[in-house]
Design a protein around this ligand. Structure first.
Ligand code: ASP
Length: 308
């Protein structure tokens, strides 16, 4: 196994499949009365969050605790980061405290890669700027495989604010490694030129959601990331929803078996309507549950836990 998980490209098909298979075993723990394994007893996992998070932070915490690791939660707000302490000095502090794994979320793309040079333990990228979010891609792949039975040959549309989406980048990298075919869909202003070819050959781009929908097995809606936009990329929220939002009539253009995904948090009424988000085709809540199993698998494999 690799030492760090920084990018969807860090995993070849065998390593990614090993994580998904291990996650399936971990999922059985969630159904037990005592949801705990002794695999990482005595190991320390630090959650280092410089950016807001609901699902990812709680999910990593639950995953580490279910493996019996000691968990330290660090959020930049209320710490010495507010006094101007650098990432490097924070890293050296964690190192001195003997962190076996550091799970890091940071607004700067590349921050987890820098951190990996400074700490002896494993670094897991929990989202860096607009760059990558590999464990989200793994839980998405896990969800697709468990709903549709396979990944090879699946046709996946990733729709919306691709420009600002670390979820999109990590998904394209991982899904193409696992043999799925991705089409990026959105307004031209939100799809960087050449991104498809740069990430994974074979990835398509379309600006017309209605044309793409009848031919996909999965549609993954992305959040419009207004907090990262310092320009106007579309005329209005209403216009965006009209062209690229997934509503009931559009959902009915999908093949019968197709699923609808969203990494959360959702802008209900913008990229997705409540009718779609709450429909039986939506895997949004399942994605959250699967996130814990996948992160258990990642921590377990990276830290070389005891035998299950
Ligand atoms: N929660 C995901 C992320 O942190 C997606 C999003 O924020 O839109 O990247």
């Amino acid at each position: 196994m690799i030492r760090h998980l920084l990018s969807g490209a860090d995993l070849d098909a065998a390593a990614a499949t090993q994580i998904l298979d291990t996650a399936a075993e971990m999922a059985t723990v969630a159904g037990r009365e005592v949801k705990k394994l002794p695999a990482l007893r005595g190991r320390t996992v630090v959650n280092l969050f410089y950016e807001d998070s609901t699902r990812t932070r709680i999910s990593f915490e639950a995953a580490a605790k279910r493996l019996s690791a000691d968990v330290i939660n660090f959020s930049a707000k209320g710490s010495s980061v507010a006094k101007g302490e650098s990432l490097k000095d924070t890293a050296l502090t964690l190192q001195a405290m003997g962190a076996d794994a550091v799970v890091v979320r940071h607004p700067a793309s590349g921050a987890p890669h820098r951190l990996a040079d400074w700490v002896a333990g494993s670094v897991v990228n929990a989202g860096d700027g607009t760059h990558e979010h590999p464990t989200q891609a793994l839980l998405d792949a896990y969800t697709m495989r468990s709903r549709l039975g396979r990944l090879a040959g699946l046709r996946v549309a990733v729709v919306g604010d691709v420009l600002h989406s670390r979820v999109a980048r990590s998904n394209v990298l991982l899904l193409s490694t696992l043999g799925a075919k991705v089409t990026l869909v959105g307004p031209p202003t939100l799809i960087p030129v050449d991104i498809a070819a740069a990430l994974a050959p074979g990835t398509d781009v379309s600006y017309d959601l209605d044309v793409v929908l009848p031919d996909v097995d999965v549609v993954m809606m992305l959040r419009v990331q207004r907090e990262r936009m310092n320009d106007s990329y579309f005329p209005s929220a209403r216009e965006y929803a009209r062209r690229y939002g997934l509503d009931g009539p559009r959902m009915r253009r999908l093949p019968e078996h197709a699923i609808v995904m969203h990494p959360g948090p959702m802008n209900r009424g913008m990229e997705i309507t409540p009718e779609v988000a709450d429909s039986p085709r939506s895997t949004i809540v399942e994605q959250v549950a699967n996130g814990v199993s996948v992160r258990m698998a990642v921590l377990y494999l990276l830290l070389g836990g005891n035998k299950l």
